[in-house]
Design a protein around this ligand. Sequence first.
Ligand code: ADP
Ligand code: MG
Length: 214
Amino acid sequence: MSGLDVRGVSVVYPGKPPVTAVDDASLTVDKGEIVALLGPSGCGKSSLLGAIVGIVETTAGTVAFDGEDVTSTPVHERGFGLVFQDGQLFPHLTVGGNIAYGIHSLPRAQRDARVAELLELVGLEGLAHRKVTELSGGQRQRVALARSLAPSPRLLCLDEPLSSLDAELRQRVADDLREVLTASGITALMVTHDPAEAERVASRVLRMDAGRLV
Ligand code: ADP
Ligand code: MG
């Protein structure tokens, strides 16, 4: 099986009583496919995405990519990227510095070329030296997207990437996001609570409710 293969994943947070955030979830994302995981707040979307990326511990099930079981593989060795809701850029770095963050092992010239290529991809040509504190919300999310694409992850996970933007901007950036993801040919799984956004960005929408895929 090529692409992402999630089977029977559960996430239970310890406590009194324990919280079952994800209950026996199975899904696949084919190579180059853009899938949205849609559901109301608190239904377990972030927990499931976290389990796939490796920042949340699973209590059952397996996560595999291209047939390789990565359930016990540390986050940084999975080759998966993650974009958060608020982008979480480094405020002390420039746009270029943020994008280059994950590709520091590349020689300078190659790194600069990759940054330029990504700036063009997300429509921010020429802004490499701008401070990220001097960008609009939409521009910041584009930088976050470029930063997560820089190391060429085999899977990109996005957790409500547009929800910090106002409604008008969100629609435009959703179209841009789809274009960028499609152009980069990446395999992507995006979490959202907004049905319109899911339809706009993804080619397939999976619904989640109360910890289960429905
Ligand atoms: P969503 O992303 O769909 O809003 P979450 O995955 O964040 O949902 O949360 C699912 C459920 O798990 C919620 O009931 C939430 O309160 C609970 N939860 C999330 N994170 C934790 C945590 N670290 N510890 C305990 N419970 C958590
Ligand atoms: Mg969430």
